[in-house]
Design a protein around this ligand. Structure first.
Ligand SMILES: Cc1cc2nc3c(=O)[nH]c(=O)nc-3n(C[C@H](O)[C@H](O)[C@H](O)COP(=O)(O)O)c2cc1C
Length: 228
């Protein structure tokens, strides 16, 4: 009997989901009146609070892109850096997301930190870093992560786990004999934001939302509260 059969006896999936708690907390406070002029400062404050409270993988985020069929695509990535220019992540340029960003260099990032009940949404344009910066990012990673980058063909159909493991061992051996070896397709990107929303959950569902907006990267930020 599968899990769905078990649920079928106990009640519908819909009822089961409705019974699950959300915003269990303890939840954080957010007063937009005290928000800094620079959204990066607020983001770093929220990220620090999440890390210090023990939110697992607090620096993981969903990157949303537009697929070649015009439909949305999304996956989780690790945040590499944030500064006045924007939010950085690193991926293989030949992967589906890398190709999608080459076709349409616009994207969105979504963070969720459940202990605080906080979501951050970032939208903007995406720019690749220089080959030197991308190489430095890859060289700072563990040999196994660099070997994975050398594999290429990410998200292509795989015939067997054995084929993958043989290719991985061969890539690791190449790195051991040539420690400076990198995949030139490994690319660091910066999402330069035009909109950043800070969303704070409230147990009574009167959520607090603050969006920083600007028409382009050279304009100053405007701040607007949003209806929940
Ligand atoms: C927590 C977490 C962190 C990840 N970090 C990265 C990352 O930094 N870079 C990356 O290319 N893929 C990362 N992945 C894998 C991606 O989610 C995705 O499966 C892979 O990059 C293929 O995506 P694509 O087919 O859309 O190109 C991560 C997955 C998880 C769950």
């Amino acid at each position: 009997m599968g899990a769905s059969d078990d649920l079928g006896q106990a009640g519908s999936v819909r009822e089961w989901l409705r019974g699950l708690e959300v915003f269990a907390g303890p939840l954080a406070d957010f007063d937009p009146a005290g928000a800094p002029a620079e959204p990066v400062d607020l983001f770093l404050g929220w990220l620090t609070a999440a890390v210090e409270a023990g939110v697992p993988d607090a620096h993981a985020m969903t990157l949303s892109t537009v697929g070649e069929d015009g439909g949305p695509d999304a996956r989780v990535l690790i945040l590499k850096n944030v500064d006045a220019d924007g939010w950085q992540f690193a991926v293989h340029a030949g992967s589906p997301k890398g190709r999608q960003l080459a076709d349409l260099p616009r994207a969105a990032l979504t963070f969720y930190w459940p202990l605080q009940g906080r979501q951050v949404r970032v939208r903007g344009t995406v720019e690749p870093a220089s080959p030197e910066q991308s190489a430095a990012d890859l060289l700072a990673r563990a040999p196994s992560a660099r070997a994975e980058a050398l594999l290429g063909r990410q998200s292509g159909h795989l015939e067997s786990a054995g084929e993958r493991d043989r290719a991985f061992r061969a890539a690791l051996a190449r790195i051991e004999s040539d420690p400076a070896l990198i995949s030139t397709e490994w690319t660091l990107y910066t999402l330069v934001p035009i909109a950043i929303e800070f969303w704070q959950a409230d147990k009574d569902r009167v959520h607090t939302r603050l969006r920083y907006e600007r028409p382009d990267r050279h304009s100053p930020w405007e701040r607007h509260m949003l209806w929940p």
